[in-house]
Write a protein that binds this ligand. Structure first.
Ligand SMILES: Nc1ncnc2c1ncn2[C@@H]1O[C@H](COP(=O)(O)OP(=O)(O)OP(=O)(O)O)[C@@H](O)[C@H]1O
Ligand SMILES: [Mg+2]
Length: 249
């Protein structure tokens, strides 16, 4: 297995009103090229903070990260073009239409105009948003925003997709549509890293799952092994066993 992301002794300490918060506490792991890698853990476990560091948005306090062999701090400009990010708090412009949001993203990533228009049309069809492309996104439903956001993230054809809570609050049908998309991207050879609070989703979708709790990575394995090692019938039980937490949405 070839690692595409290498994380070593990663730590992030925030200073908030004079208090130190260790959001990520000395974690090390690899993500392999072409896998679907899931991160689970209770609220505040450090999942999004880890994502922010992996995607060059915030600097680690300690430790190192390499993405496709590039150092996140010294070579962040080499990393940005090959990753796509769908953040937990979606960053669409509500006063722009769906298509305008996409065009803005395509321009930011320097996608050539003709290619960009082709991809926009293709993806809008793929996620069933063609009919809504010329509406302001401020009026979109949660599922529509999520689907549009992932197209924004893949317009420049990234190798790695970071998707923070893709299905939170979505209806079962839209969640399934998101899973199909994730599998499609992965089938094209893209590496996918996502977080979720839905254990069943992590179990079904992921090649490997990392369990985070209080800034630590308390386990990392294939879903079947996580269940087996903790003697659990399902991932939800394994999760409670590993974190001592109830599953929360
Ligand atoms: N910018 C910040 N300043 C101060 N503290 C922060 C900041 N960002 C995150 N934190 C704190 O770091 C910890 C980890 O937060 P993080 O958002 O990474 O958790 P999470 O696992 O993504 O949680 P959730 O499941 O709720 O999204 C929390 O205690 C949070 O309050
Ligand atoms: Mg989060």
């Amino acid at each position: 297995m070839e690692p595409i992301i290498e994380v070593r002794n990663l730590t992030k300490v925030f200073l908030s009103r004079g208090r130190k918060i260790t959001a990520v506490n000395d974690i090390s792991f690899d993500v392999f090229k072409g896998e679907i890698f899931g991160m689970i853990g209770p609220n505040g476990a450090g999942k999004s903070t880890t994502f922010s560091m992996l995607t060059t948005l915030i600097k680690p306090t300690n430790g190192s990260i390499k993405v496709a062999g590039f150092d996140v701090e010294k070579e962040d400009d080499r990393i940005r073009p090959i990753i796509g990010i769908v953040p937990q708090k979606l960053s669409l412009y509500p006063d722009l239409t769906g298509r305008e949001n996409l065009e803005l993203m395509g321009k930011l990533y320097d996608v050539p105009k003709k290619l960009m228009e082709e991809r926009i049309d293709y993806y809008l069809r793929l996620v069933d948003l063609e009919a809504h492309a010329d509406r302001f996104t401020g009026g979109f439903s949660g599922g529509m925003k999520q689907r549009l956001s992932v197209i924004c993230a893949v317009l420049h054809d990234p190798e790695i997709i970071f998707w923070d809570e893709p299905t939170t609050g979505l209806d079962p049908q839209t969640r399934q549509a998101i899973w199909r998309l994730a599998k499609k991207f992965n089938g094209e050879g893209k590496t996918l890293i996502f977080t979720t609070h839905y254990m069943e989703e992590a179990d079904n979708l992921c090649d490997r799952v990392a369990v985070m709790n209080l800034g630590k990575m308390v386990a990392l394995d294939e879903p079947a092994s996580l269940k087996e090692k903790s003697g659990s019938a399902n991932l939800e039980e394994a999760f409670i066993h590993l974190t001592g937490e109830e599953v929360r949405d």
